[in-house]
Design a protein around this ligand. Structure first.
Ligand code: SF4
Length: 194
């Protein structure tokens, strides 16, 4: 069993399993405009602080951990309001077509539930470009999907087995495109099959 899985790896896996393999098995990473903006955003929110904003208590940059799921990761923001506690994940852009950000919030909520003993029904993703908070309902479906992904990432990290790179719309903004060359790899695979 893998020691602890970084929560961020779940997000990457849900976006593209091949990208997750490159980052967390090979240790590859290359910045592009999107990742630089994302890193800069997280540098701003990853300064530990505790403040009251009206009735809401905000805690930034604390570590979240789950023994049950073997997860670990730094939160962007945890809020406590009217007896409820919930995670808020910061992202640079706007809501994409994929559910990787929701999955990341759900994984944070699983950690927080274990750490506090409270059930969390809702989390949020804050998109910096649009200044909007998207509500993430922590449904049974999302929880099951997150738990299944934890298992997938655990196997990936343990075995190091490379998932096939598959060209898709997701490749357009991917900072690892030039290492991965998914179109060329697909062509070579097709050629070998013929
Ligand atoms: S270029 Fe596409 S297939 Fe390759 S890592 Fe990025 S998203 Fe995945």
């Amino acid at each position: 069993m893998t020691e602890y899985i970084p929560i961020a790896a779940l997000n990457q896996y849900a976006y593209c399993s091949h990208r997750c393999w490159r980052m967390f098995c090979l240790g590859e990473f290359t910045d592009n405009q999107y990742t630089i903006e994302g890193t800069s955003l997280h540098e701003n929110v990853h300064t530990t602080s505790e403040i009251y904003r009206e009735e809401t208590f905000q805690v930034r940059a604390i570590w979240l951990k789950s023994e049950q799921y073997k997860l670990i990761g730094k939160s962007d923001l945890i809020e406590l309001e009217s007896g409820e506690i919930y995670p808020v994940e910061y992202k640079r852009g706007h809501k994409g077509e994929w559910d990787n950000d929701e999955l990341q919030v759900c994984a944070q909520a699983l950690c927080l539930e274990e750490m506090t003993g409270k059930t969390i029904s809702t989390g949020y993703v804050y998109y910096a470009l649009t200044h909007q908070r998207q509500t993430v309902e922590l449904s049974q479906d999302l929880r099951q999907y997150t738990i299944a992904t934890i298992g997938d990432v655990n196997r990936l990290i343990e075995t190091g087995a490379m998932p096939q790179a598959i060209y898709s719309k997701r490749c357009k903004g991917c900072s690892l495109h030039d290492q991965c060359l998914p179109k060329a790899i697909e062509k070579v695979s097709r050629y070998q099959e013929e």
